[in-house]
Design a binder for this molecule. Structure first.
Ligand code: ZN
Ligand code: ZN
Length: 348
């Protein structure tokens, strides 16, 4: 089969490799749609301490396809079924799983390798996080379940009320999905980001206002612009940072109103820190929440939402490309041309 292999940061080869064998409890999926994701681009550029343990390594994690083989003992799934798999499954046994924080599981079983013609889904993910795709949902739409599940995690922890002002910082794929989901929840969304195409897309997906960070060269100005649009200059009810940089984290806490909520969604490199005025926490009583990953329940909910037709998935995927054009797809996303690309390893 064809498979994209990472040999080192920035060094990728499309290779011919053996189709992996299926063991007990596993299923082999023929990949029909593998989506590009910011995490994969970061992994490609600088490696990943958790996802890539050794080189060469396959990668890619947002995918859907058809089951082409099932291992012994697999009961719920059969060959020919159209499925979408999450890229992880919690153990259900550890301290955090038992406490109900399954996204923080100490033994999260991860899956990587979607940029290939076939991928083996490990037993735990088969049992907990593999879903059959309803007939009317395309592979392309279903493959969005993973990023949507991540974004739902933020929305579900926002305690949002109809009409709340929500500022989203960063309009990459995640920022755009967040914009859409908060809009669907009745928020007045202020989308802040760069790139004309993405700012327009944010509007299509439901943003009431956009703040073009390309035209603002100073973070103070950007804070002012958001405040002006929220609660008579008081600041947004909720601010969601979807960039993953310390300076935008610092900006996020200054955009929220007193008593408001800041969600730090974008992960910064480990070991970095950020500064904030302590009075924001005490005298202004803001709440700061980190959001990481998702749970099997949210993954299922994401597919249900896609299947209900409530989510505008068309605008989020910008094109379909063969595996050989994976690096091209990454560079287009980096240049803000398109949002997410569908990699079809069987493209003809
Ligand atoms: Zn992803
Ligand atoms: Zn666990």
């Amino acid at each position: 089969m064809k498979c994209a292999m990472l040999y080192a940061p920035g060094k990728l080869k499309i290779e011919e490799v053996e189709i992996p064998a299926v063991r007990k409890g596993e299923v082999l999926v023929e990949v029909r749609a593998a989506l590009t994701c910011g995490t994969d681009i970061k992994t490609y550029q600088r490696g990943h301490p958790v996802l890539i343990k050794k080189y060469p390594s396959p990668f890619g994690h947002e995918f859907s396809g058809v089951i082409s083989k099932v291992g012994s003992g697999v009961k719920r799934f059969t060959e020919g079924m159209r499925v979408v798999a999450a890229n992880s499954a919690p153990c259900g046994q550890c301290y955090f799983c038992k406490k109900g924080y399954v996204n923080l599981c100490e033994d999260l079983r991860l899956l990587n390798g979607a940029y290939a013609q076939y991928i083996v889904v490990p037993e735990r993910i088969v049992n907990k996080n593999l879903l059959e795709i309803p007939e009317h949902v395309s592979f392309k739409e279903a493959a969005l379940s993973e990023p949507i599940a991540c974004c739902l995690n933020a929305v579900c922890q926002s305690d949002i009320s109809l009409g709340d002002t929500v500022a989203i910082i960063g309009l990459g794929p995640i920022g755009l999905i967040l914009t859409h989901l908060y809009h669907l929840n009745g928020a007045k969304v202020i989308a802040c980001g760069k790139g004309k195409e993405r700012l327009e897309l944010a509007k299509i997906l439901g943003a009431e206002f956009t703040v073009n960070a390309d035209e603002i060269h100073d973070k103070t100005e950007e804070i002012k612009a958001v405040k002006k649009l929220s609660n008579n200059d008081r600041g947004a009810d909720i601010v969601v940072e979807a960039v993953g940089k310390t300076d935008t984290w610092e900006m996020a806490v200054k955009m929220v109103r007193r008593g408001g909520l800041v969600i730090l969604f974008g992960g910064c490199p480990s070991g970095t820190s950020f500064n904030m005025d302590t009075s924001l926490i005490h005298y202004e009583q803001i709440t700061i929440k980190g959001i990481f990953h998702y749970t099997p329940e949210l993954f299922k909910r994401a597919l249900d939402l896609i299947s209900s037709g409530k989510i505008n998935t068309k605008k989020i995927i910008s094109g379909r490309l063969p595996l050989e054009k994976l690096e091209e797809a990454f560079s287009m996303v980096k240049q803000k041309v398109g949002v997410k690309y569908l990699i079809d390893p069987f493209y003809e």
